[in-house]
Each structure stands twice: as C-alpha cells, then as structure tokens.
Ligand binder design. Structure first.
Ligand code: F0G
Length: 404
C-alpha cells in the first residue's frame, strides 16, 4: 500500500505526519490511497481473509502485519422485515456497530489510528470525546502499551463509556466545558508535542471507518444499497463511509454510490441547517444540547467533508427531536431485538421521518448504521422504559404484580 496526505480544502500535499490540519490553509486532511497496485484484483479475492477491518488491508494506510487489532468489524447486517413493513420501505437493514470490541464503530478507526501512532513511534495518545472515542482509544492504547489521555465534557458522558475509559487505564480528565472545548484543548496539546491526537480530524481514523462501506457491500454480495442513513456528530463517519464507496467505484468494483443521509439531534444540528439552506459550510451551534450525548457537538470538525458526502451523492440531512430518538430506540429494541444507544437510534428516527416526508421512496434498499451499543447508556434507557415492578418474594405476589 502506498499513500499520500493532502488537504481537503486546498489540495496541497502535506508531509509533516504530526500536523492535524493543513499548514497552509488550516483545512482538514485526507489520506489519498494509491490503488493502482491492486487495480487488477477483484473484491472476491479479499475474502481469503476473515470478514472485518483487516480483510480490506490493501485499502488501509498502515502495515497490516503490525496492526494493533482487537478483531474489530465483522458486525452483523440485520435484515429488519418488521421495521421495513412499519415504515413501508421495501428493504431496511441495520448495520449493528455495537457489536465491535468496545461497543461502537470507533474501533474501526482506532485499530488503524493506533497502528499509525505505533508506526510513528508515539508514546502517548489522546483524544477529546463524548464517550465512545475515549472508550475505544483507551482499549487500543492498552493493547499497544501506550499512555492515554482522554478529555471529556463534565457530566455529559454516558456511564458505560466513562466506565470503559477508566477501566482500560486511560487518564480521564473531565473539563468544565463541552466536546468542542475539549477538542480545542487536545489539539493544542497535540500541536505542542505532548501527545498524538486520535480524534477523527486525524485522517487515519476515517480510513478505518470507511470499512463499514466495504463490509456492507461484501455482506450484500456487492449489490449497492440505495441509501445509507447514519448519525452525524463530529461528522467524520459519514465522510469516511462515503470515501469507502468512492474508492470501490474508482476500482470499478461498484457502479454507483448510495445516497449518504445524515441525521442530527434537533438541539445540535449545524450540518442539517447548512444542508437545508443549500450551504457547503456551516455555522457552529454555541450551546448544543441533546439526550443523545454522543452527538452533542456544535462545531463538527469534519462538517465540510460531511456536507460534500451528502451533496455529491444526492443524499439528505434531517434533524430529529429527543422524543423521536427515544421512541425509535425502543422501537428497534422491541420490534427487532436490536439494542442501540440514543445517538445510533437517530438513524431509525430519521428513516421514519424522511419516509413520512416523502424523501425516501418505498422501493429503496436502505442501510441504517447503528453506531453504538444500548449498554453504553443504561441510565437513559432505564428512564425511558416502563417502571420496574416490585413484589414480595412469593409466587402469588409476583402473579398479582404482573396482572396475571
Ligand atoms: N454515533 C455514536 C455512538 C458516536 O459516539 C458518535 C461520535 C457518532 C455517532 C457520530 O460520529 O462524530 O463521526 O459524526 N462520537 C464521538 C466520540 C464524537 O467522542 O465518541 P461522527
């Protein structure tokens, strides 16, 4: 594999491996894979390796033989017949990223990002996070024996995620500010050489996350779905998945790219507002707020990349309320037995809402990416479900309590 790094904004080549943005214009960076060496191959050949991120090693910009891996990826693609019938869409599937080693899609990006950190000889890695990135980085840093610092917004991180970051041995710092403040601080620490930043502004992270596109295609025997729906927070994942489809189209392995469809929470929706007013850039939200704390982000670092992915594919973006998110989360659990965290349920809430608005056709094949596991945020789940029934410890009391 060979690759270069360039600026998403001005296109200039970037040589310094330790900068997190373009030294000339400050734009986001991207990895440009040289796919020439594998042009003659077919996607079937990749199947000699097990399903998962590293099946797609020729598309990844690190040495796969030295990968720091916890066997990430290979997540289920569930066909959701009951949900499809309910929303009156031909084919609805859920790509359940909660089945990754630390329970979210972040592991796909972290296996590549931490492998890169090791290649560069870094000793300490760090990130700002709404929770999942910190849980994932902490685990991969442990595996690679690297020091790890995570900056979290005080009081706004779901219990499961916080427990994970502490459990894997990261230095966990809560700041009196939100995610956007935390990201600014960790970037300053990275620029000053204190640590290697592994937020998704690091272009090696989306490289791992683009394997969601490859896996979906693989699981559908290379038939391209019409639409991908996913939550948008810091806005790298929608770009990453788009980039994966673009690369396979460049290879001639697929002939079109699904409509990339981004969902945000109503209290935290700068990308949706930009898209709905036809803008290619966005105005940050000063005080983002939502029950879906994973995507409680007002100034998405990869916002322009996300907008490009949406526009280029004829996709769309919409916001959903906290009530719609919680209802969709319960619906997916009770209709399909799939447990996802609130941010991930935005995909399902967005699916239903866009269908009602007539923006999704009934004959589409849709894949909803559900990014994180229900156990990440047990407090929200328990608040949004029916109360627990208490009973005396005898059979007749239990029968009475359940109304039998
Ligand atoms: N879903 C979940 C469960 C997330 O944790 C995140 C982001 C997203 C969706 C949005 O992805 O940022 O690429 O648009 N979580 C980050 C974190 C911000 O710190 O864990 P995105």
């Amino acid at each position: 594999m060979s690759f270069g790094i360039s600026c998403f904004e001005c296109g200039r080549t970037v040589e310094d491996p330790f900068v997190d943005s373009c030294p000339t214009c400050g734009g986001r960076l991207t990895v440009d894979m040289d796919l020439g060496a594998i042009k003659e191959r077919s996607p079937i050949e990749l199947r000699s390796r097990p399903l998962g991120v590293w099946r797609y090693a020729p598309f990844l910009p690190v040495d796969a033989t030295k990968a720091v891996s916890l066997q990430e990826g290979a997540t289920p693609l569930y066909k959701c017949k009951a949900l499809a019938d309910l929303v009156k869409i031909k084919d609805v599937m859920v790509k359940f990223e909660g089945a990754n080693p630390t329970g979210s899609f972040k592991d796909r990006g972290m296996t590549v990002g931490v492998s890169r950190a090791v290649e560069l000889g870094c000793k300490i890695v760090g990130c700002a996070s709404t929770g999942n990135t910190s849980a994932s980085l902490a685990a991969y840093a442990a595996k690679a024996r690297l020091g790890c610092v995570v900056l979290l917004p005080s009081g706004k991180v779901a219990a499961g995620k916080l427990a994970q970051a502490m459990f894997y041995g990261a230095k966990v710092v809560m700041i009196d500010g939100n995610f956007d403040d935390a990201l600014k601080i960790i970037r300053e620490m990275g620029a000053a050489g204190h640590l290697y930043v592994l937020n998704s502004i690091n272009p090696f992270r989306p490289e791992g996350q683009k394997t969601i596109a490859f896996e979906v295609l693989d699981q559908l025997d290379f038939k391209v779905p019409d639409r991908i729906i996913l939550p948008v927070g810091n806005a790298a994942n929608i770009w990453a998945i788009y980039k994966g489809f673009v690369e396979w189209k460049e290879m001639g392995w697929i002939d079109r790219i699904p409509k990339m469809t981004g969902i945000q929470a109503s209290g935290s929706a700068p990308i949706v507002r930009a898209f709905r007013s036809g803008q290619r850039d966005f105005v940050p939200e000063d005080n983002p707020e939502t029950i879906a704390t994973a995507i409680r982000i007002g100034n998405p670092a990869s916002g322009k990349k996300a907008l490009k992915a949406i526009y280029e594919t004829g996709g769309t973006a919409i916001d959903v309320t906290d009530e719609e998110i919680l209802a969709a989360q319960r619906l997916l659990g009770r209709l399909e037995g799939i447990g996802v965290e609130p941010a991930s349920a935005t995909s399902i809430a967005g699916l239903a809402k866009l269908r009602e608005m007539g923006e999704i056709d009934g004959d589409e094949r849709v894949v909803c990416v559900c990014t994180g596991h229900v156990l990440k945020d047990p407090d929200t789940v328990m608040r949004s479900c029916e109360a627990i029934i208490h009973s005396k410890a005898d059979t007749s009391s239990v029968l009475r309590a359940i109304g039998a």
